[in-house]
Design a protein around this ligand. Structure first.
Ligand code: IMP
Ligand code: MG
Length: 369
């Protein structure tokens, strides 16, 4: 992912794919022109990279020139096309091939046709690397199209967002969901996960999704997914991952304007972690980090025994049960630690100290994401 000015873009078309598309355009054009020497006319600024790569690949002699038009402001096409540099040579009788980086609404292309209307060229062929059919509302024929793309704003390979991004060799697409901070929070029982989640959600304006709460809410309110989940629970079976993911999806959609989410209690398996990645991906977003609060076993045991004295939770009172819960936790999370480490997303944070000190350590991780 990259950031240009205020916006985030995700990888969309690789250098290699672009290279193939340019090569295909060259092959079709050279075959059609049958020995005739063309004049390639690049439309500046966006087409400079395409023109350079294109003519390097073009296997026969050719001429190259440019005209400079401007129509875009920010990420929107405007009505006005400005002619900044016009034609500087006589092209009458010549075969002209326009080389455009991208054809969007077609307004620029309309201006190109206006420019050539009185030039008496032999033929005017239009070649564009990228073409957005959903945005195009003109009737001019496009003779050569490198790649059709959806009607979303892209940058890279000559294309810019307010001046930035032209230099990128790959093409990136504007993310529909802008940057979120999505965390998976882990910690053994007694690590202070709940306390820290509360601080983090305030500080970073995140929505805390505790899978346990989501289950209880859906079952209590008898939602369709809640009833489905209950039918498995009542039979003593595990709730299938897809049901849980569907519930989480609902929570994520309910909070569409959120700055991000703290997932708590999910995922617990590799398959669930993958399913969560897919869910975030479908929202044009991602899990940024798994943060695990690390606390020494003996400290946990002491903390939980202390808590047991006042909380009345029976599983906090028995030392061997406590030790077992801690062991279970490490058995389950070890796999996930690997899963997120492989993506450089695992962050262990020392969970011993004052609440504020731990919040500060967590913040240090989050601020760097
Ligand atoms: P049109 O006149 O609407 O067809 O737009 C053509 C011009 O707008 C291109 O030459 C680009 O300069 C710019 N443009 C259109 N779509 C994009 C895009 O997705 N990213 C960056 N520039 C674009
Ligand atoms: Mg252009």
């Amino acid at each position: 992912m990259i950031k240009l000015h205020d916006l985030y873009f995700k990888p969309f078309i690789s250098e290699q794919q672009i290279d193939n598309a340019v090569q295909n355009m060259v092959d079709s054009i050279v075959a059609d022109l049958d020995g005739e020497m063309p004049v390639f006319v690049g439309i500046l600024n966006g087409s400079f990279m395409l023109v350079s790569d294109f003519v390097k690949k073009y296997p026969k002699p050719c001429e190259v020139t440019f005209i400079k038009l401007a129509s875009y402001e920010g990420v929107k096409s405007t009505e006005d096309i400005q002619r900044l540099i016009g034609l500087t040579q006589d092209l009458s009788g010549r075969t002209v091939v326009i080389l455009e980086d991208i054809i969007d609404s077609g307004k620029t292309l309309e201006e190109v046709h206006r420019i050539f209307a009185n030039e008496n060229v032999k033929q005017l062929l239009i070649a564009t690397l990228f073409y957005k059919p959903e945005a195009y509302d003109k009737d001019f024929k496009l003779h050569y199209v490198g790649m059709e793309i959806p009607n979303k704003f892209i940058v890279g390979y000559g294309l810019d967002y307010d001046g930035l991004g032209r230099d990128l060799p790959d093409v990136y697409q504007l993310k529909t969901t802008q940057h979120m901070t999505n965390l998976v929070l882990f910690g053994p029982p007694g690590a202070g996960k709940g306390t820290q989640a509360n601080f983090l959600k305030e500080k970073y304006n995140l929505v805390h999704i505790s899978t346990g709460d989501v289950f209880r809410y859906n079952i209590k309110n008898k939602t369709a997914l809640g009833m489905l989940a209950k039918s498995y629970i009542d039979k003593g079976e595990l709730v299938p991952d897809q049901v849980t993911i569907d519930m989480l999806n609902k929570e994520v959609e309910k909070n569409a304007a959120a700055k991000g989410f703290i997932f708590d209690g999910f995922p617990r398996t590799n398959a669930q972690a993958k399913a969560l990645d897919d869910l975030m991906d479908s929202k044009d977003s991602q899990i940024n980090a798994m943060i695990a609060l690390e606390v020494d076993d003996e400290v946990l045991v002491q903390r939980l025994l202390e808590r047991g004295k006042t909380s009345g939770r029976p599983d906090d009172a028995d030392e061997s049960i406590i030790r077992n819960r801690i062991k279970e936790y490490y058995k389950k999370t070890a796999i996930l630690k690997d899963y997120y480490s492989d993506q450089d997303k695992y962050f262990g944070v020392d969970g011993v100290g004052s609440i504020e000190a731990i919040t500060q350590r967590l913040s240090k991780v989050i601020d760097r994401l």
